[in-house]
Design a protein around this ligand. Structure first.
Ligand SMILES: Cc1cc2nc3c(=O)[nH]c(=O)nc-3n(C[C@H](O)[C@H](O)[C@H](O)COP(=O)(O)OP(=O)(O)OC[C@H]3O[C@@H](n4cnc5c(N)ncnc54)[C@H](O)[C@@H]3O)c2cc1C
Length: 469
């Protein structure tokens, strides 16, 4: 719970009611008389447990990093207990496997580093957060498609939106009619939580402003995912994570299995560049058996598949550098993927969104002047974004199809990351340190401390661990 809630505005309008928007709304409910979430999908109060059109990645494996879980607990006390009561799985650490190049690591990346982890599908998790937010008396969820900003005297003073369904079905004529209608929602603060494809930049241009500077790294990643009935006859696995690192003659690949609510496993296989898994179940099974540790093939061949194979292609990691945007108008902030969206294999997105919400809370508790740009907020979230970006892009720059941009000191960073990653497989303390960073509980620079480097160097000499295996 926030320490000192402070009422600083009449009305906040949040565009997008997914993880980042819901968390921002929770924070804003302490500081605004009224919070309105405008979401184009029909999310209702209780919410569905299926992936929805506005969040197409929701059908794929989503791990909630411990830092994200801590934040959820902060904003919704008792969240983990409620989640477990509703069916979320708590993985047993002994049933977690981490494979690198087909070999089982002695120590797995530790999602349980702060206690129990929660394992669920993404729609289920989002549904739990939405149900909590919907119970807050001064938060209202409105269905509609946001279409532009209203600006008064150089500051953002509201939004324009089309009420009703985003893509009305033929049998809903009233929604179809309303899609032509444009309404205005006045606001003291507008929050962009519309995800990585947010059109906020275009909307600013309509008002004669430039777009926030954007950086991209082309990752060309394709996921294929399917759900399976959990079956102890096939495997006792709760979580499996497989990384194949790029090497001459070896393609980089990622695979994941997590046990989730409803006595199911969700399993993904992913490839880069032209190595694109398809929706063809036969291709999925072949890849599971051929390219991943045995448990993947066992599930695919012997398990009962209870969903179609679905795919998702993410062309790039991208960040909008609002902290460097010198024409930022007052009355506007952005959260979640609308600010930065990373390579999803590192599982950072939801935790980053939760940390943005915390930064928003800290900003609002300082009683900011809302007639000035929210520069302090964007400066604060830059720390989170830089850290997540560093983890994701340092690893991605090792992929053969990615040729930059290389950050200053890249070779040193990559060398340290490689050393710690390899030696931590057999060193509990190094694995703990690395897990703190990969789960976003510690800054990546903590791995460059002399004591950590010395320990890793010794471990490497002792075990003759090659730099890359
Ligand atoms: C394949 C894949 C796997 C991933 N795995 C993980 C993982 O393991 N762990 C993790 O933490 N993260 C993961 N992520 C990242 C995670 O999905 C995102 O970081 C997270 O969803 C960001 O939430 P968000 O609310 O910012 O944006 P989104 O979830 O993208 O939501 C945007 C919302 O805005 C709404 N919207 C858009 N435009 C409008 C409009 N004009 N008007 C009204 N509403 C609008 C949409 O309907 C949607 O509800 C993964 C991503 C992908 C692609």
């Amino acid at each position: 719970m926030p320490d000192h809630p402070r009422q600083v505005m009449g009305r906040a309008v949040v565009l997008g009611g997914s993880m980042a928007g819901l968390l921002a709304a929770r924070v804003l409910s302490d500081h605004a008389d009224e919070v309105v979430i405008i979401e184009r999908d029909d999310i209702g109060a209780a919410g569905g447990v299926e992936a929805r059109p506005g969040v197409p990645q929701g059908a794929h494996v989503h791990a909630l990093l411990p830092s994200g879980q801590l934040q959820l607990e902060r904003w919704f006390p008792g969240f983990a207990d409620d989640a477990v009561a509703a069916g979320a799985l708590v993985p047993d650490h002994s049933a977690v496997r981490h494979y690198v190049n087909g070999t089982l690591r002695r120590y797995a990346n530790d999602l349980t580093i702060r206690g129990r982890a929660l394992s669920t599908t993404r729609p289920f998790l989002e549904g739990l957060v939405r149900a909590r937010v919907a119970r807050i008396p001064n938060v209202q969820i409105v269905r509609g498609r946001a279409a532009g900003l209203v600006m008064t005297g150089g500051r953002v003073s509201g939004v324009r939106y089309h009420p009703g369904a985003a893509d009305p079905a033929p049998d809903t004529p009233s929604d179809t009619d309303r899609a032509d209608e444009t309404l205005t929602e006045p606001a003291d603060l507008v929050v962009d939580a519309m995800g990585r494809s947010s059109r906020l930049g275009d909307w600013l241009t309509e008002h004669g402003l430039p777009t926030p500077p954007m950086r991209r790294m082309p990752i060309k990643l394709t996921y294929a995912t399917a759900l399976f009935r959990r079956d102890p006859q096939i495997s006792d696995i709760d979580v499996a994570f497989s990384q194949t690192l790029p090497a001459p003659g070896r393609a980089a690949r990622i695979g994941g299995i997590t046990a989730v609510e409803g006595d199911r496993w969700i399993m993904l296989v992913a490839g880069y560049g032209d190595d694109r898994p398809s929706r063809d179940p036969a291709d999925f099974t072949t890849r599971c058996r051929r390219d991943f540790p045995a448990v993947f093939g066992d599930l695919a061949e012997n398990g009962e598949r209870i969903s179609d194979v679905v795919t998702y292609h993410q062309a790039d990691s991208r960040r909008r550098d609002f902290h460097a945007f010198d024409r930022l108008p007052a009355g506007l902030i952005a959260v979640g993927d609308a600010v930065a969206s990373f390579n999803p294999v590192y599982g950072q997105g939801m935790a980053a969104a939760a940390l943005h919400a915390s930064a928003l809370s800290a900003y609002l508790r300082r009683d900011p002047r809302l007639d000035e740009p929210a520069t302090d907020y964007f400066t604060a979230i830059r720390v989170v974004i830089d850290a997540a970006w560093q983890i994701s892009t340092t690893a991605d720059l090792a992929l053969p199809h990615i040729d930059g941009p290389y950050p200053p000191g890249y070779r040193l960073l990559a060398g340290i990351a490689d050393l710690i990653f390899m030696t931590s497989a057999d060193d509990r303390e190094l694995n703990r340190r690395l897990s703190m960073v990969t789960t976003m509980l510690a800054h990546p620079n903590s791995l460059a401390q002399p004591g950590v480097l010395l320990r890793a160097a010794r471990a490497r000499m002792r075990r003759r661990v090659p730099a890359t295996s």
